[in-house]
Design a protein around this ligand. Sequence first.
Ligand code: CO
Length: 213
Amino acid sequence: MDDLAELLDRNRDWARRRVEAQPDFFLRLSRQQAPRYLWLGCSDSRVPANEILGLDPGEVFVHRNVANLAVHSDLNFLSVLQFAVEFLRVEHVIVTGHYGCGGVRAALGDKPLGLVDNWLRHLRDVHARYRERLAALTDPAAREDLLVELNVRAQVLNVARTPIAQAAWAQGRRLTVHGWVYRLLDGILHDLGCAIDGPDGIEDEYRLRMRGF
Ligand code: CO
């Protein structure tokens, strides 16, 4: 308990500084949130959405999991996405991977880690899909970086393929799914240029006829 007392002290300091800078800060936020972005990122402690983006509480809706995966049967991710898109009317979903991702490194190896291997299977599927491109790289670090980027692109597609994104587009709402990657070494985000902003960005096999939905 003593270990955590410091955290509670830090919290009170933080809240006090916030109120000093902006007396109605918490009152205003307590009434409503109106974030403009949904961040889908890795759980890695070095990649905190708000800090990296320089955004205050209330400005970004966040979902994080190991290796920033958008899994179509993950009720948690889907619930976050639906709430953000349908109710908060977020217009930008930002899938953010990061170089040096432990999940990606694990998925490139053969060491069993337990339960998490089932989650990382989604990464192994990406690896298998791009086997030749990845095998062409002899430098293990370069291979790892490429899988980080390929994974982001795959997850951007996964978000776009959801009925949630397709329904938004069918209703004429603006929704763009972006793919970014973060470099731990310099703290800089890079846009991978793989954004999808409409149903044309997804393959026919995943298209749903959304009229009247
Ligand atoms: Co990671």
